[in-house]
Design a protein around this ligand. Sequence first.
Ligand code: HEM
Ligand code: HEM
Length: 472
Amino acid sequence: MTAIRTRMRDPGLIAAPSVDPATVRVTFEYVACATVWLLVGTLAGLIASIKLHWPEFLPYAWLSFGRVRPAHTNLVLFGWASLVLVGLALYVVARTSRVPLWSPRLARVALGLWNLALLGGLVTLLAGVNRGPQEYREWVWPLAVVLAAAVLIDGYVAYRTVAARTLPEVYVSNWYILGGFCYLPILYVTSYLPFYQGGIGNTVVQGYYMHNAMGMWFTQLALGVSYYAIPRLLGRPVYSYALGVLGFWTNLLFYPLIGAHHFIFSPVAWWLQTTAILFSVGMMVPVWAGTGNLLLTFKGGSGMVRRSYALPFFVVGLIGYGLASTQGTIEAFRTANIYLHFTNFTVGHSHATMYGFIVFIAWGAVYGLVPRLTGREPSPLAVGVHFWLALVGILTYVIAISTAGILQGLAWVAGQSFIASVIAAEPMWLWRTVGGLLMAGGHVVFAVNVWAMRPQRVVVPAPAPNAVGMPA
Ligand code: HEM
Ligand code: HEM
């Protein structure tokens, strides 16, 4: 076991001396809370999945499909993916600015608000109290205000930390991270403003909110954390700083206008749909600038990937980013969308992107950075079990549910009855549950690994390797 440990250990894996204990603790608290929400959100996803092929399963109003589904999406999006990335981002802004986090105490207040909103959201959604079919914004507005306050506080802490930096330049990670913190409040306010909530305007706002939450929040934070963690773990500078900046600005240029691709062939203005399709093609620039740049940073480092337990998660996440986003661009074309819209194919795309990209990057960053903070490693064997359960699980999920989507689309376009499409898709729903069970198993192992990485009372100081051109 010791041999495996030594072989798998990431380079420079000991707490760095300039990380103050307060930053360590608050970062770990974000990761730990996120992990709890991951487990609860996964359970909700599994219940929803089982109900589609076994409708009599748990026949209680509180656990009906219509309530469990938004509980799942809100928990995995805001409870897990957002919290874990915010925690890591706060660490990254401090490290790349070479200063302690501006106010760990305020960051902890924000964490309390996140948890309050998430708990309230879970209870109200399961009780059937919501704003109707407004995807990812089903929470009643008082809870949304609490969440917005948490985001603003975290954003302020990140901004003040970068403002206090001891280096002249703002490292590329911080462009992405601060960009995400600037954009989410805009989205959130737009999506809750009462005068945008009626008629076709509401549909346009829904598309704008839904896709920008993905592109201007999760993507920004995940890339920001990657631009720090990948060079750090590989011990070399990022392949091209300029490509990183190009990706940032073109993401900002193209993303805000692609929301209407969720509503192709709907009563939304035709020109707006066409613009969204064109900009979806434009999205290939930031997607491949980011994927290519970060993958090229690995060039010649395949040995390190084999020895590391964090880097394989990044490799999967980056490939997931490039491939699943390209799938999204293809799905936006009218010729493809006519078959795929309203089908399970979109659920496949959501999991390929959110899980195959964002969640794998988050795991890579947790395994890559947290042991450096706390001085404690998880068992490499357990990390391997987590990796393979998650990877085989998500592949099973995405292949099964995308096949279901294609079968549904073909049945509808051929004019068959709706029930014929249900019968065609049902075996694939069972396979989705199989994939989901593997993923859930991986999440439990991940939780054990997070516990194994919990901070010691005293952080062990160690010399920090600090190559030129590489984040500290
Ligand atoms: C080039 C980039 C991308 C393009 C062009 C794209 C395109 C699309 C399209 C056309 C749909 C709607 C399909 C339909 O309903 O007919 C969609 C849905 C979705 N996409 Fe993407 N996608 C991209 C990247 C991403 C990324 C990076 C993420 C996650 C981080 C993501 C997450 C989602 C989600 C969650 C949905 C489902 C939304 C819903 O209806 O609930 N996409 N995407
Ligand atoms: C933890 C990572 C996960 C993330 C980030 C995630 C994200 C999402 C998103 C964004 C949607 C909305 C899809 C759409 O409308 O297009 C969704 C729906 C769903 N997810 Fe997940 N999910 C995760 C894990 C799981 C797991 C482990 C399962 C278990 C099978 C699962 C089962 C479902 C189900 C059944 C739906 C509803 C799909 C439908 O309406 O037909 N998810 N999830």
